[in-house]
Design a binder for this molecule. Structure first.
Ligand SMILES: Nc1ncnc2c1ncn2[C@@H]1O[C@H](COP(=O)(O)OP(=O)(O)OP(=O)(O)O)[C@@H](O)[C@H]1O
Length: 665
C-alpha cells in the first residue's frame, strides 16, 4: 500500500512537494542517484527517458480525434458497462475539484468529467478526451504508470516526469476482464496538487472494482444464457455440426462435428476462413432467424439469434448438407436481402448499402440508434424501416420533430400532462408521445434542438424507463425504443455545452450516417427513376423516361435539399410533362436555370443578360423556396443550408419582398 500512495496525509503536501522538487531537479540536471523518491517512480522516470520524454515537456504527446473516440466507444462493451457507474460517481464528486477519467487499455482517455475551470486548466497539459496518457506519450503519471505496472498508483506533483503535470496529483486503478485477465482500462481521479490526499486512491480503486464486478456480472450472465441455448440445441440435434457465436461475432463454442466439418470444407474455400464467411453473413442477418448457403461447400447454414432482455447477444449456427453442391453466390432465403421495409430505400452507393446493412443488424435488437445526415437524406425513412423490421412493428411508430415544437409545449407533448396541470390544458389531461409510442418506436427528429433542461428529463425517462406526466405524482412504466436523428454535429454541441454528454451516450449506441446526395452521385439517377415510376403511377401519367440533358443536369446539381428536393423536382416534372420524356422545361424553374449555368462555359463570349448569372440564380432559388414554403425563412435557410440571417441579407440584396414574393419565371 505504501508504494502505491504518494501522500499519507494532506498536511504533508507542501513539504513533500519541496523534497520531490529537489529530487526531480537533481535527477534531470545530472542524472544523479536521488533519494526521497519511491522506487516505482524512479523506475518510471527511467522508462520515461527511454521513451524520449523531455523533462520540460508540457503536454501529452499524442491524441486521437474526439470523433474517433466516439466511434470506438460505440463498439465498446467496457465503456457501456462503465458509463452509468462513472456518471453516478461523478454526480457525487462534482464539487470536489477532481476530474474523473476512464481510459482504454493503452491509457487513451475515453471519458472525462470535471468542473469547467479545472478541465480548462487540465487542457493545458492536454488532459482531454482522446489524449494518450501512457508513459510513452506523457511520461510518469498515474494512468500510464498504472497501465505499465498493472497496479493502482498515485502520482503527486514532481513525481510526474514531465514538467507540464507538476501542479497535479492523480490516482489511478486498473480494471480487468476477469475471464481473460486482459486489462480493460484505467479509472483515474486527477486534481490540482494542493488537493492531494490518500483517500482518493481508495476511491479510484473502489470505482474500478465496481466497474470490474459489473463487467463480470454482465459477461457471466450473457455467457450463461448463450451456453444454455447451446446445450439445449446440442441435446436436440446431437449429430449436427454446431457453432456458437457471441454478440461480437466470435465463435465461443463448437462441437466435435463442427470441427470435423471445418476440416472437410475449409479446402473448398482456400482464400478465406469459413468461419469468417459465416460471420459476415451473420452481420447482415436482420431477423430472429436466417438461412443462407455456403455455396462452394454444399452446406446450408441456419442461424438463430439468441436474445436476452430484448438484445441480441449471439447466434446459434447449425450446418446442414445440401443435396448437391452448386457454384456461384446465393442468398437464397436469406432474410438480409432487400425485401420488406428495406425495398423503399433506393441506392447502391457503398455509404447507403453500409447504412442499410447496419440498420438491418440492429433492427432486431432494442438498441437506441442515432441517425445523422443533412435534411432530406432519408433519416425518417430509415427510422421507419428499422421499426418495420423490428419485433415492435405491430406497435406504433411515433415521429416527433423537436425543432418544430414550440419550446413551451415541448415537455407536455413529449411527456403528457395530468388534468389541470396548467392553464389552457385539456381538462382530461393528455398522453405524451412516450406513452403513445408504448411497445413501439419513438422517433425524435432534430434531437440536437432539445433545450438542456428537457434533455435532463429525457435522460431520466430513458434510464428509468418510466415517464411522469406534468403535474402527476407517480411515474408510469413505458417500453419504447428510441431512434433519434440530427443534422447537427452533436459532439461539437457537447463541447459547447449545448448537449449533454450522458444523453448522447444513451441515444448514440449505434450511429447510421447518411451522406448528402451530392456525395453519392451514382444514386441520383437511380432515385430519380424510382420517383419517376412512383409519381407516373400516382398521377396516372404516361411518363416513362428522362431526356439525357435532364439526367445530366441532375448529376451536375448540388441538391442542397437532398433526396427530398430530388423527389419534389421529379414530382413537379411528372405533373407538368407534355410527353413521355421529361425534359428541362418540365422541371421547376430554378432547376432550369441550373442548366444555363452548366452550359455557360460553352457560350463564352455570348451576350449575358444579367450582369451576374450566379446571383440571379441564387435570387431565383431563394424566391422559389420562399414561395414554396409560404415564406418560412427558417425552413428556407435549413433547405439551402444557410443561416437565417444570410437569407434575410440576400432577400434584401435581391429586393425580394418578405411579404409578397415575386413570381419566378
Ligand atoms: N434512399 C431513398 N430512397 C427513396 N426515397 C428516399 C430515400 N431517401 C429519402 N427518400 C425520400 O425523401 C424524402 C425525405 O426523406 P426523410 O424525410 O426520411 O429525410 P430526413 O433526413 O428525415 O429529412 P429532415 O431532416 O428534413 O426531416 C422522403 O419522402 C423519403 O421517402
Amino acid at each position: 500500500m505504501g508504494e502505491e500512495l504518494a501522500i499519507l496525509s494532506p498536511q504533508e503536501v507542501f513539504e513533500k512537494k519541496r523534497v520531490l522538487k529537489n529530487a526531480w531537479e537533481a535527477y534531470v540536471s545530472d542524472h544523479k542517484v536521488v533519494t526521497g523518491v519511491r522506487g516505482s517512480v524512479l523506475e518510471s522516470w527511467k522508462r520515461s527517458q527511454s521513451f524520449g520524454i523531455q523533462p520540460g515537456q508540457r503536454q501529452a504527446r499524442y491524441a486521437q480525434g474526439v470523433d474517433e473516440v466516439i466511434e470506438w466507444r460505440k463498439e465498446s462493451e467496457f465503456f457501456a458497462t462503465a458509463i452509468p457507474i462513472l456518471e453516478q460517481v461523478y454526480s457525487q464528486i462534482e464539487e470536489t475539484r477532481h476530474i474523473l477519467t476512464l481510459t482504454e487499455a493503452h491509457g487513451r482517455i475515453i471519458y472525462l468529467r470535471g468542473n469547467h475551470h479545472i478541465l480548462e486548466k487540465a487542457e493545458a497539459m492536454r488532459f482531454t478526451l482522446g489524449a494518450d496518457w501512457s508513459e510513452q506519450s506523457a511520461g510518469t503519471n498515474a494512468i500510464g504508470t498504472s497501465v505499465y505496472l498493472k497496479k493502482p498508483i498515485q502520482i503527486f506533483s514532481y513525481e510526474h516526469f514531465a514538467q507540464g503535470a507538476h501542479d497535479w496529483v492523480c490516482s489511478a486503478s486498473p480494471v480487468y476482464d476477469e475471464h481473460s485477465g486482459k486489462l480493460l482500462g484505467i479509472v483515474d481521479l486527477t486534481a490540482p496538487h494542493e488537493y492531494a490526499q490518500p483517500h482518493t486512491l481508495s476511491m479510484a480503486k473502489m470505482i474500478a472494482t465496481q466497474i470490474q464486478a459489473e463487467y463480470l456480472r454482465i459477461s457471466n450472465d450473457i455467457r450463461r444464457c448463450l451456453h444454455e441455448e447451446y446445450v439445449k440445441a446440442r441435446n436436440r440435434w446431437p449429430h449436427e455440426p454446431m457453432l456458437l457465436f457471441d454478440g461480437v461475432f466470435q465463435v465461443i463454442a463448437e462441437n466435435a462435428e463442427a470441427q470435423a466439418w471445418l476440416r472437410t470444407v475449409q479446402p473448398s474455400l482456400p482464400d478465406q476462413s469459413v468461419y469468417a464467411v459465416i460471420r459476415d453473413a451473420l452481420l447482415t442477418c436482420a431477423g430472429s432467424e436466417c438461412t443462407f448457403e455456403l455455396l462452394q461447400t454444399g452446406y446450408k447454414v441456419t442461424a438463430t439469434a439468441i436474445v436476452r432482455r430484448n438484445e441480441r447477444i449471439g447466434f446459434l449456427v447449425l450446418l446442414h448438407p445440401r443435396s448437391r453442391p452448386r457454384l456461384g453466390v446465393s442468398r437464397g432465403s436469406f432474410e438480409g436481402a432487400a425485401t420488406g421495409p428495406w425495398v423503399q430505400i433506393t441506392g447502391r452507393s457503398p455509404a447507403i448499402q453500409t447504412a442499410i446493412q447496419r440498420a438491418k443488424v440492429v433492427a432486431a435488437t432494442n438498441v437506441p440508434i442515432l441517425i445523422t445526415g443533412e435534411s432530406g437524406t432519408g433519416k425518417e425513412l430509415f427510422a421507419r424501416a428499422v421499426h418495420e423490421a423490428s419485433p415492435r412493428r405491430h406497435h406504433p411508430f411515433i415521429a416527433v420533430n423537436i425543432a418544430a415544437l414550440p419550446r413551451e409545449l415541448m415537455a407536455s407533448e413529449l411527456f403528457g400532462y395530468e388534468p389541470g396541470a396548467f392553464t389552457g390544458a385539456h381538462p382530461r389531461g393528455k398522453k405524451g408521445k412516450f406513452e403513445e409510442a408504448h411497445g413501439g418506436t419513438l422517433f425524435l427528429d432534430e434531437i440536437g434542438d432539445m433545450p438542456l433542461d428537457l434533455q435532463v428529463y429525457l435522460l431520466r425517462v430513458l434510464q428509468e424507463k418510466k415517464v411522469t406526466r406534468l403535474g402527476a405524482s407517480h411515474a408510469e412504466p413505458v417500453d419504447v425504443r428510441i431512434i433519434a436523428a440530427t443534422h447537427q454535429h452533436l459532439a461539437e454541441r457537447i463541447v459547447r455545452g449545448a448537449f449533454r454528454q450522458d444523453l448522447f451516450y444513451r441515444i448514440n449506441v449505434v450511429e447510421l450516417a447518411l451522406p448528402p446526395l451530392r456525395e453519392r452521385a451514382g444514386d441520383i439517377v437511380l432515385i430519380a427513376n424510382h420517383f419517376l415510376a412512383k409519381f407516373a403511377r400516382q398521377y396516372g401519367r404516361p411518363v416513362t423516361s428522362f431526356a439525357e440533358e435532364t439526367l445530366r443536369l441532375f448529376t451536375q446539381y448540388d441538391w442542397p435539399g437532398n433526396v427530398r428536393e430530388l423527389q419534389n423536382a421529379v414530382e413537379h416534372a411528372v405533373i407538368f410533362s407534355q410527353t413521355d420524356t421529361i425534359t428541362r422545361k418540365d422541371l421547376p424553374s430554378y432547376l432550369q436555370v441550373m442548366d444555363e449555368r452548366a452550359k455557360a462555359p460553352h457560350h463564352a463570349g455570348a451576350p449575358v443578360e444579367h450582369p451576374d448569372p450566379w446571383a440571379e440564380e441564387e435570387r431565383k432559388l431563394i424566391a422559389y423556396w420562399l414561395e414554396k414554403l409560404d415564406g418560412n425563412v427558417s425552413e428556407v435557410a435549413r433547405r439551402l443550408r444557410r443561416s437565417r440571417s444570410t437569407i434575410y441579407r440576400k432577400m434584401k440584396q435581391y429586393g425580394i419582398d418578405s411579404v409578397r414574393f415575386p413570381l419566378i419565371d
